[in-house]
Write a protein that binds this ligand. Structure first.
Ligand code: F6R
Length: 242
């Protein structure tokens, strides 16, 4: 595992964007696994900036997103498809048909999840998976659990996660209670993983995930067993590691 410390959020975003753009420049047909949330916003801004300057080209890139809320349509501003269109896809030359986000409006979630896993397999797997981590240690919407063996599935959000995510909604009641998410097994099959972490509120969980026991009680701890993980964290997030 490579651990890269950045001074602040902007530094973290830039270093992480550098790793993604290196992947895209060296392997223009890569499959990128993408994440939403607050942490990657600066990365997407940086990548858009480099795209506009002509430094990076997404024309042959495929992407698959980690997760989507159940019951939110792509037009809903709180949906992850909307977030991706607004913050990234709409500003670079990735082909819309080459982007995939789980369909939170699917009538049959089980079929949708199987279809999503099949799609990733048909693409040849994920070359570089971008991840954030929640304060519960979740990656994607894989909350603390009994095992690590799930592929894409429907997950119930924990109360802490509903609370943390309510900042994006008008009220707690509006936060969906379920999401479709790539499972830990699916995430661990990515060839490379880039975990980005920012802020003092993530310091404890980052320390536990990287240096504590590997346990499904802290889903991100499984990353200790992945052969190619880079963690880019700012000083605040690293404060419990020193
Ligand atoms: C988002 C995702 C989540 C977030 C995590 C951290 O696609 O899968 O696991 O990465 O909740 O969110 P932020 O970055 O908002 O702190």
């Amino acid at each position: 595992m490579k651990l890269i410390e950045a001074k602040d959020y902007q530094g973290m975003s830039r270093k992480a964007a550098n790793i993604i753009s290196a992947q895209v420049i060296l392997f223009p047909r890569s499959v990128l696994g993408l994440a939403t949330g607050s942490t990657p916003l600066g990365i997407y801004r940086q990548l858009v900036d480099w795209y506009e300057k002509g430094d990076v080209d997404f024309g042959e890139i495929h992407s698959v997103n980690l997760d989507e809320y159940c019951g939110l349509s792509p037009e809903n501003p709180q949906s992850y498809r909307y977030y991706m269109n607004q913050n990234f896809f709409g500003h670079v030359n990735i082909k819309p048909e080459n982007t995939a986000v789980p369909n939170g409006m699917a009538e049959d979630f089980e079929t949708e999840c199987k279809k999503y896993d099949r799609h990733i397999a048909e693409l040849g797997g994920i070359d570089l998976q971008l991840l954030g981590v929640g304060e519960t240690g979740h990656i994607g919407f894989n909350e603390p659990d009994q095992s690590f063996d799930k592929m894409t599935h429907r997950a119930a959000l924990r109360e802490e996660t509903i609370q943390a995510n309510s900042r994006f909604f008008q009220s707690m009641e509006e936060v969906p209670r379920y999401a479709l998410t790539m499972g830990i097994k699916a995430i661990m099959q990515a060839k490379k993983i880039l975990l980005v972490v920012s802020g003092a509120n993530k310091a404890d969980i980052l320390e536990k995930a990287l240096f504590g026991p590997v346990t499904p009680g802290i889903p991100a701890s499984i990353l200790q067993l992945h052969p190619d993980v880079t963690v880019v964290a700012d000083q605040d997030a690293m404060s419990a590691v020193h």
